[in-house]
Design a protein. Structure first.
Length: 316
């Protein structure tokens, strides 16, 4: 009969199941697009060097880095997904850097181009950004696509603590995230927030408190959980090589997730439990497994422990 995982059932509301149900069994894949943006804490507007943990190449597929135009990136990415994963439909995902960090008219030109390339196969638009690069005009622009596409706005929460945000050179505060979430409180957009767990100065109790902060915003539909990993080309990478500090092991991070997931509001879809860079950029922690094996390990441990998302959620 097999395990629940073998039947496609997990102890948390996962993104794969969400997509299959929403698109009636079709295989829907995100295709990452590099729009050539920068960030306000890179270009001098708010600072230089970017977030201390960040090397943009560590989460930009090699395919996107090699293709100069949006058209080339999308056509190549869709073809690859069809060949490798038998993809049926696609979500255009503007991921690297800050993808609303430009005037609205420029953003419209870029989004329009991407969504016009293969409209019969593209079903969604996903835009990753920072909360301090969102305003009413840009929200209205993204909402203008919702009559034809599913549109989600992904914002980096990273930490809920301003001390941490300052230490990682984030260049914005948690209050600015709250302000951005208030702007989309009655929006047609699906909102996703991205978090990072494992900053060595944050305690387990502090990290678990992220759940309460996420839960109190009904406009949050999706979350992405990442463990802190150290990559080449980042400021934190240089510091780690000089003086290593504790990072999550696979077992410890999975144990943490098993405590966190029951606290998360049950209607929220968890898009990702972890994130990891390409091997050639990863410094630590090296868990010695590929993404698929890590995902399987976590899912099996979540099932073994009987973890159920929302089982410890008490409401707000």
């Amino acid at each position: 009969m097999g395990t629940l995982i073998d039947q496609g059932i997990k102890g948390y509301r996962n993104y794969g199941t969400y997509l299959r149900e929403k698109y009636k069994g079709q295989r829907v894949f995100k295709v990452i697009v590099d729009g050539g943006f920068t960030c306000p804490n890179r270009d001098g507007s708010k600072g230089y060097g970017g977030c201390t943990y960040c090397n943009v190449d560590s989460f930009t597929p090699e395919l996107s880095r090699k293709m100069p135009t949006i058209r080339e990136q999308l056509l190549a990415g869709m073809e690859r997904a069809k060949l490798q994963y038998r993809a049926d439909k696609f979500i255009v995902y503007f991921q690297p850097n800050t993808n609303t960090y430009a005037p609205a008219h420029y953003l419209k030109m870029m989004y329009d181009e991407a969504l016009s390339i293969n409209p019969e196969e593209i079903v969604g638009l996903s835009v990753g950004t920072r909360p301090d690069c969102i305003d009413a005009e840009k929200i209205a622009l993204l909402e203008s696509y919702t009559d034809r596409f599913d549109v989600d706005l992904e914002m980096g929460m990273e930490s809920i603590y301003d001390d941490t945000l300052a230490r990682i050179n984030r260049g914005c505060t948690h209050g600015e995230l709250i302000s951005a979430l208030n702007l989309v409180s009655n929006s047609k957009l699906d909102v996703c927030v991205h978090t990072i767990f494992g900053f060595p100065w944050e305690t387990r109790e502090q990290m678990l408190a992220y759940a309460d902060e996420i839960n109190r915003f009904p406009q949050i539909s999706f979350v992405k959980f990442h463990h802190l990993h150290i990559v080449e080309g980042s400021i934190m990478g240089v510091k780690y090589k000089r003086e290593p500090f504790p990072l999550f092991t696979l077992e410890a991070y999975t144990d943490f997730l098993c405590e966190l997931i029951p606290l998360i509001r049950p209607d929220i879809t968890i898009q990702r439990l972890f994130g990891i860079s390409d091997w050639d950029l990863l410094i630590a922690p090296n868990w010695g497994l590929n993404k698929s094996a890590i995902q399987t390990y976590m899912d099996k441990e979540i099932e073994r422990r009987g973890v159920v998302q929302g089982s410890a959620y008490v409401g707000n």
